[in-house]
Design a protein around this ligand. Structure first.
Ligand SMILES: Cc1cc2nc3c(=O)[nH]c(=O)nc-3n(C[C@H](O)[C@H](O)[C@H](O)COP(=O)(O)OP(=O)(O)OC[C@H]3O[C@@H](n4cnc5c(N)ncnc54)[C@H](O)[C@@H]3O)c2cc1C
Length: 459
């Protein structure tokens, strides 16, 4: 805690990308920071595993590298030379229809020929610019059915939402989950008109070419690892915050139910379901009870390695997504060794599949051999994989991805109110701004600015 000569002291709870980035930015602003991380390693759900020539991601595999803040962070961490970009093939994505992976069209000719939509489904899309905008809260499924028709809802939106958010499009809020698409409708009255106008604007505003999807030579884990190097002794592993207490204008954090430390500000970045295991002595504790109830979808990541000749599909793309309407267990599969070079030994391929999500939450709890059987059966039918995999890795995330449901505004309001009534307390993480890694990083920038200006005005 601050004395007359010291800088204000901040505790960051959680050492995932949100917590580490916030801590790094606060340190740069001259504040004294301590990060408490429950586990023995950094990065939260970002976890890259290297094993005998295989490089597997248990959590995120790629990040969309469009944001200035992400590049600023990469540069400051001296990681620019470590960035790897997906090849051109990554633009090709498959969606399963009638038991076959079909390429998602990227040209007018491809759109006219694709079997993913019937002629009626294709014609329905042309009505989009003339559909009036809605003023009601809407689910992702209802929004796309209204604007683009049922076939797009079932064969484009449904697999995309399961693949990215592990979510059910009927339960997720369009406004909160896909806020940019929602804004296009609100601002321009149409997704198509809005997309054309905003792409013209961004082309004329930007002079720098940015890659699309990236990772790092040793996997995404390089990002949190490098943040930890910078933070050095400010991070304490194996330290679960178990109580947070507000005393007048200061804060006390109890760690592992044992030691208590005093701070001027607290930044909470752990998943909201972890609030259940924490005693929060704050104003309006009822808000904490509400936040704790935010739903997280379960997901298991199953990575399988094969000899190249065991797989008949060319694997010439990013991966494939599976709509709910198709009779398979996997939600999708990334062609990991096609995305980046060093993911599999020579003459081998690596496939990363996801199961569970809101579509099949029970699958995540199945025994390992059953999960492997389900995944290899699906890969056999869809990609022509034969024989036993040469390499396998399975990781379960029981509460993986926060679901921004139709009531999500109530969670955002609760976070605002909690911060308002408890000066010096901040919440940031994938539950608040965006689920994606760049979204978490942008949230960290915003939170670090808010916390620093509060602390600097308070001293
Ligand atoms: C399987 C999967 C695939 C994904 N794929 C992508 C992708 O391809 N691209 C993309 O951009 N995003 C992807 N995401 C989303 C993105 O990775 C996450 O939303 C983001 O990394 C979350 O970061 P965070 O720091 O907010 O939370 P977390 O990573 O959950 O970090 C929270 C940290 O808090 C710690 N903690 C918990 N309780 C306590 C406590 N009491 N005291 C101290 N510490 C505590 C945890 O141990 C953890 O380290 C994926 C997510 C998953 C799960």
């Amino acid at each position: 805690m601050t004395t007359d000569t010291q800088q204000p002291a901040v505790a960051v709870i959680g050492g995932g990308i949100s917590g580490l980035t916030t801590a790094f930015l606060l340190r740069k602003k001259g504040l004294e920071v301590t990060v408490f991380e429950k586990k023995g390693y950094p990065g939260g759900v970002i976890k890259s595993i290297r094993n005998q020539g295989w490089l597997v991601e248990w959590g995120p595999n790629t990040i969309m590298a469009k944001s200035e803040q992400l590049w600023e962070l990469i540069k400051e961490l001296d990681l620019t030379e470590h960035v790897v970009e997906t090849g051109k093939e990554a633009a090709k994505r498959y969606i399963v229809k009638n038991g076959r992976p079909e390429p998602l069209p990227t040209s007018v000719g491809g759109f006219l020929r694709t079997p993913l939509l019937s002629l009626k489904g294709k014609l329905r899309i042309f009505r989009e610019p003339f559909i009036p905008k809605s003023r009601q809260p809407e689910s992702i499924a209802d929004f796309f059915e209204r604007r683009l028709g049922r076939e797009v809802r079932d064969y484009a939106v449904n697999p995309f939402v399961a693949g990215i958010y592990a979510g059910d499009p009927r339960q997720l809020s369009i406004r909160h989950t896909l806020s940019r698409v929602y804004e296009l409708e609100q601002q321009f009255g149409s997704i198509f008109k809005g997309a054309v106008k905003s792409s013209r604007r961004s082309k004329s505003n930007s002079s720098v070419r940015r890659p699309g999807l990236i990772s790092f030579k040793r996997g995404l884990q390089e990002l949190p690892n490098q943040l930890v190097k910078q933070l050095d002794s400010s991070i304490r592993f194996g330290s679960a915050a178990t109580a947070v207490t507000r005393k007048d204008r200061t804060w006390a954090v109890t760690v592992n139910d044992e030691e208590t430390h005093a701070f001027d500000s607290i930044i909470f970045t752990a998943p909201l379901h972890q609030l259940d295991a924490l005693t929060f002595n704050v104003e309006k504790p009822g808000l904490i009870d509400h936040l704790e109830s935010l739903r997280y979808a379960p997901i298991a990541t199953v990575s399988l390695g094969f000899k190249r000749e065991q797989v008949s599909h060319p694997l010439d793309g990013f991966g494939m997504l599976v709509p709910d309407a198709e009779p398979f267990n996997i939600l999708g599969c990334l062609f990991s060794s096609s995305l980046f070079r060093n993911r599999a030994p020579e003459e081998h391929v690596l496939l990363t599949c996801f199961i569970g999500g809101e579509r099949h939450p029970g699958h995540v709890a199945l025994p390992n051999p059953k999960i492997k059987e389900m995944v290899t059966d699906d890969l056999g039918q869809l990609l022509g994989c034969t024989g036993q995999p040469q390499f396998e890795s399975l990781h379960r995330w029981n509460r993986a991805i926060p679901q921004y449901g139709l009531d999500h505004q109530s969670y955002l309001d609760a976070m605002d109110e909690l911060e308002e009534c408890n000066r010096g307390l901040y919440l940031t993480g994938n539950f608040r701004y965006e689920v994606s890694v760049p979204g978490c990083i942008s949230g960290a920038y915003e939170t670090a600015d808010r916390a620093a200006s509060f602390l600097q005005s308070n001293t």
